[in-house]
Design a protein around this ligand. Structure first.
Ligand code: SF4
Length: 665
């Protein structure tokens, strides 16, 4: 057989060898994506409205008719008897736990590479010495005017506060004499509040650190405060501190209650009888009608909030539940909640549990894990319709609320109190009015209250507090006064850095809760509002009982994430363009939680319409509570790339374009 000849015939037969010689055109490599011929966004020049401050007369809101008048002494909250409830420690078990923790510490101590540890300390010391020397040199090289500016207005290059491999910034930010002094005062104020709150029942509170590793992350909450206020000065700094303080006061109080109630720890039977646990994604307003009880968003402290403070907290939870067979593409919110149950990281406590189908189906899975882990805990499932455009479903949802009230009454022996409910809802309505004023100011050319602290406060107030804490309206009023004065003075939240107006859409990454702070400091993009703030703002009914239940149902249906991710086309797509117009933004930060299936289905539509409408839409992938999938650095890289190539912009702080915070909390 002529094998050679056959191979030659075969090769000649292949059409590849018969392709004609084509002269290929030269390709001009584009310098920027905009050179590829995408239409350059051409937003119309809009005259931004001015706000008439006179129309926001404070007297319009206070004093409240049946609420707490402005100058009346604020009632004690939470009920002091909750802190005084008797604990029932099982001291033998505490001893066993301490022995186990001691054993782990000893093992760690023995296994630690002390040589490496000392070397790292030495490296850290040398790096600090070099940094101080460099900073002194840089100061010496400045002109007297520059030095005066730094002294009075603070530093401008914030990237140097980060060091590769470190868990915290190398030092606190210098904000100028006045603002640094104020910032330090608030730092002390926060520590004072934390110590005072913990001292209300110190033993279970401290003992919780021997049971739950997430408790340790709360020791760094002041670092979280710093991350959220980085670069802020003057009024913006003051407003951020006031809002963060209220959130952390709530957190500290609830940490004490969790510790007191936990069967493993304080085991207070007296308090447990009064505790109604909520799924963390379920709003707390329902508890307003039970003034003698206490509602606690159950997973908020061990999972949700702590993952915003420490980016690595949820990693062991996610790994644990995935090793049990949960698919890795499940949203990290319910995954972490289930993983926390698998690792026994949630306290065993409470008289009953209210679960819900909110914001999406993942919560249903978490509820079933919860029932299996604590079969003795009675559970009520709130399952509201996801039909915002159809008022016909409101009656069904109101029935669901009625049934839930009955369930709580049966399980706790408490009675629903309409007077207490209406009083709290009046307070909540007042708070919503103040919120709307913030929006009006931010829609103008001189937005005042922007950044992560504002967003976190809105979320917390809307979802968790819901008008129950009588101390909170005071914060609203203070912030309101500061905001209006700042508006009159035309202040800037990030002085000299405000260049673009932006909006955030879709669910943000917990492990980068201060992303809007970074984008403002680095690129001058001011996030005027985030999707999760834009919920229900209709005043809730405070007279008619039936109408009140219907309003409550409408409110619950529109909890954070739910309407805007699960509400269908009108609530996700149309609503975005409506908001973009209302706030007159040019940049949309479009988060894409890689595990949020509802939002993924709309990517193409959103992209196409954004291009047609002339908005800059920057897609930022993340994995909500798992920074290993998309790191903070990778999230920043998406913005850096877009700003350089499409916007052809220069960073306002180049030191923040590239830095390493993979290990930072
Ligand atoms: S991020 Fe998406 S999938 Fe996860 S809880 Fe929110 S709506 Fe559900």
């Amino acid at each position: 057989m002529d094998v050679k000849g056959m191979a030659k015939d075969l090769v000649n037969f292949l059409p590849l060898h018969k392709l004609p010689n084509i002269d290929l055109p030269e390709i001009k490599v584009p310098k920027a994506i905009s050179d590829l011929g995408f239409p350059k966004p051409q937003l119309p020049k809009v005259e931004l409205p001015e706000v008439d401050l006179k129309k926001f007369d404070l007297k319009k809101f206070a004093p409240l008719k049946d609420g707490f008048p402005k100058f009346e002494k604020t009632p004690k909250y939470p009920d002091p008897s909750f802190f005084k409830a008797k604990d029932n420690f099982d001291w033998k078990k505490q001893g066993e736990n301490l022995a186990e923790v001691g054993g782990i510490i000893l093992e760690l101590f023995k296994e630690a590479d002390w040589k490496d540890f000392l070397l790292r300390q030495k490296d850290g010391f040398v790096a600090d010495a070099n940094r101080v020397a460099e900073e002194i040199k840089a100061l010496a090289a400045m002109t007297p005017e520059e030095r005066k500016d730094i002294l009075l207005n603070g530093e401008k290059r914030l990237g140097k506060l980060y060091r590769s491999g470190c868990m915290a910034t190398v030092r606190r930010e210098w904000r100028g004499v006045k603002d640094t002094a104020y910032d330090f005062y608030e730092w002390l104020h926060m520590w004072g509040m934390l110590l005072m709150t913990f001292s209300k029942d110190l033993i279970p509170a401290l003992n919780a650190t021997f049971h739950y590793r997430w408790m340790i992350s709360y020791m760094c909450c002041v670092g979280f405060m710093d991350k959220n206020t980085l670069g802020q000065r003057g009024s913006a700094l003051r407003m951020s501190h006031l809002m963060i303080y209220d959130i952390f006061r709530y957190v500290a109080e609830n940490l004490v209650f969790l510790a007191k109630c936990d069967e493993k720890n304080g085991n207070s039977a007296e308090l447990n009888k009064k505790v109604v646990l909520f799924d963390e994604m379920t709003m707390g307003q329902l508890m307003a009608g039970f003034p003698d009880l206490m509602g606690i968003p159950y997973q908020l402290m061990p999972v949700f909030l702590v993952s915003e403070i420490d980016q690595l907290t949820c990693v062991p939870y996610i790994d644990a539940v995935e090793s049990f067979g949960l698919p890795a593409d499940t949203c990290p919110v319910p995954s972490s909640e289930c993983g926390a149950l698998v690792l026994d990281a949630l306290p065993h406590m409470g008289a009953c549990f209210i679960s819900s189908s909110m914001p999406c189906d993942g919560s249903v899975m978490a509820s079933s894990y919860m029932s299996r882990r604590f079969p003795d805990l009675p559970v009520f499932h709130l399952t509201f319709p996801v039909r915002y455009e159809y008022e016909e479903t409101v009656a069904d949802a109101a029935e669901d609320i009625k049934a839930c009230i009955k369930f709580v009454e049966e399980k706790t022996g408490a009675k629903w109190n309409w007077d207490a409910y209406f009083r709290n809802m009046k307070r909540f309505n007042e708070e919503t009015k103040y919120e709307l004023e913030k929006w009006e100011v931010n829609k103008t050319r001189y937005p005042q209250i922007i950044g992560p602290a504002y967003e976190l406060f809105r979320k917390w107030n809307y979802e968790m507090d819901g008008g129950s804490d009588p101390r909170v309206p005071k914060t609203f009023r203070k912030v309101d006064r500061i905001m209006k004065k700042a508006y009159e003075r035309r202040e800037e939240a990030w002085p000299g850095k405000m260049k673009y107006r932006g909006i955030v859409w879709s669910c943000p990454a917990h492990y980068y809760a201060n992303f809007s702070n970074w984008i403002a400091n680095c690129w001058g993009v001011d996030i005027l509002v985030e999707m999760e703030s834009l919920n229900f703002t209709k005043p809730l009914e405070t007279e008619d009982k039936e109408l009140a239940l219907q309003d409550l149902a409408r409110l619950y249906e529109r909890m954070v994430m739910r309407r805007h991710t699960n509400g269908g086309y009108q609530n996700v797509v149309d609503e975005l363009w409506r908001q973009c117009e209302a706030w007159n933004v040019e940049i949309i930060i479009m988060y894409q939680n890689v595990a949020c299936k509802n939002m993924s289905t709309l990517q193409g539509i959103l992209d196409e319409q954004a291009r047609d409408k002339g908005y800059h839409m920057i897609w930022i992938e993340h994995d909500l509570m798992d920074p290993r999938t998309v790191s903070r650095k990778a999230m920043r890289a998406k913005v850096n790339e877009y700003m350089r190539t499409v916007m052809k912009a220069e960073p306002v702080d180049p030191s923040l374009v590239e830095f390493d915070d993979e290990n930072a909390m």
